[in-house]
Design a protein around this ligand. Structure first.
Ligand code: PLP
Length: 412
């Protein structure tokens, strides 16, 4: 083994095992998923799709990819699935390309309210290739469906985009479909409805929230967040007739050879997510997230509330510090979080007024509701007290994390 990499690898295992990982976009896959990522499927070139490859020797990877597609379709009730996107961003790039022409307009959530870079950030390909317009959240920090309908009339988009990176509440996809249908019939046009469910895909798979596949024309996702799969992307549709355009938007338009080892690991992950135990896991994620949010509220903090795997903590109003300072302070005691803009934020993205806190990762390790409450108290003490004892704080974190499974050896 390469000594330099091995040393860093050991340090990372230690960091992840000792710490409390609360970054809402991260998770720990099962050992089966991890092992499959290192399988020899890695060595195989398989440009194209099952039964239509540009290389010989694809009989086994064809079966792997068919299995991944079939399981993805079953998991989400889709008529079409593409399991080749290397990441969520690649999936979004391909979905836009399959449905739109360069310069077409996409109506998406104001980025500071919880959108992703690929949803129209000036530094992303998305805003350079497409014309983005935005809808803000309502006063209460929730989606305002009347306002979205109004913005549709004002902007006349070719696509409405929903699904976010930092939105703690349920999304009414049925209502959004109705808004798009009403708009289309009123103007005799065809605006598409796309959902990027990267964050909530696991909750969707568990059946504990509305399934966007039932309502959207196209649904994109990552596979490494609440789904607990390998790092990668996924595209789904309820309408198989969109399949040809989406397939060619992935290969050959935006990607080359698919990562068949990752596709094999996606198949393992989808197989795990189809089991009843996965629904129980997601139920615990939701319970833990709410327990931490509610305990912080009880202690007097300004929190968003939550209906999914994450919530936002307003550290400026709660503790008089910004998100960057809060992230760094918690980092000193091995609690990993990320600073995040909150609705109506007055600070710049480099500082922010908030933290985004999620429970998917540590719940995979076995964190309980009691642990979540203890973590809330620790976060509160650490951020409230400028003289907080860092050594003591780190000890408390290790006490809590040592109750959980080793990150390198997780059972499903
Ligand atoms: N879409 C959403 C809503 C996300 O939150 C993210 C990542 O956090 C992505 C897409 C991009 O995924 P990736 O990092 O795999 O490109």
């Amino acid at each position: 083994m390469d000594k330099e990499i091995e040393a860093l690898w050991r340090k990372e295992i230690k960091r992840q095992n000792q710490g409390i990982e609360l970054i809402a976009s991260e998770n720990y896959p099962s050992m089966d998923v991890t092992k499959t990522c290192a399988s020899i499927f890695m060595a195989k070139y398989a440009e194209g799709y099952p039964g239509r490859r540009y290389y010989g020797g694809c009989e086994n990877v064809d079966e792997v990819e068919r299995l991944a597609i079939e399981r993805a379709k079953r998991l989400f009730g889709a008529e079409y699935a593409n399991v080749q996107p290397h990441s969520g961003s690649q999936a979004n790039c391909a979905a836009y390309h399959a449905f739109l022409k360069k310069g077409d307009k996409i109506l998406s959530l104001t980025l500071n309210d919880g959108g992703h870079l690929t949803h129209g950030s000036p530094v992303s390909f998305s805003s350079q290739d497409y014309d983005f317009a935005f809808y803000p959240l309502g006063e209460d920090g929730r989606l305002d469906y009347e306002l979205i309908a109004k913005r549709m009339e004002e902007e006349k988009p070719n696509m409405l985009l929903a699904g976010y990176s930092a939105y703690p509440f349920e999304i009414d996809f049925k209502k959004l479909r109705e808004i798009v249908d009403d708009y289309n019939s009123k103007h005799d046009v065809h605006c598409y409805f796309m959902v990027d469910m990267a964050h909530i895909a696991g909750i969707v798979a568990s059946g504990l929230t509305q399934n966007p596949v039932t309502y959207a024309d196209v649904v994109t996702s990552t596979t490494h967040k609440t789904l607990r799969g390998p790092r990668g992307g996924l595209i789904l549709s309820r309408d198989a007739s969109f399949g040809k355009a989406i397939d060619s938007a992935i290969f050959p338009y935006s990607q080359g050879g698919p990562l068949e080892h990752i596709i094999a690991a996606k198949a393992v992950c989808f197989g795990e997510d189809l089991k009843p135990e996965f629904k129980e896991y997601i139920r615990r994620v939701l319970e833990n997230t709410k327990a931490c949010n509610d305990e912080l509220a009880r202690l007097g903090c300004v929190v968003s509330g939550t209906e999914n795997h994450l919530f936002l903590l307003n550290v400026l109003d709660s503790f008089g510090i910004n998100g960057k300072q809060a992230q760094e302070k918690l980092g000193q005691i091995d609690i990993t979080v990320n600073k995040n803009m909150i609705h109506g934020d007055t600070l710049k993205p480099a500082y922010t007024s908030g933290l985004r806190i999620g429970f998917a990762a540590i719940t995979s390790r076995g964190a309980s509701k009691e642990d979540a409450i203890e973590i809330a108290r620790l976060i509160f003490d650490c951020l409230k007290d400028p003289e907080f004892d860092i050594i003591e704080g780190r000890k408390k974190v290790t006490d809590i994390s040592s109750r959980w499974q080793d990150v390198t050896n997780l059972t499903f």
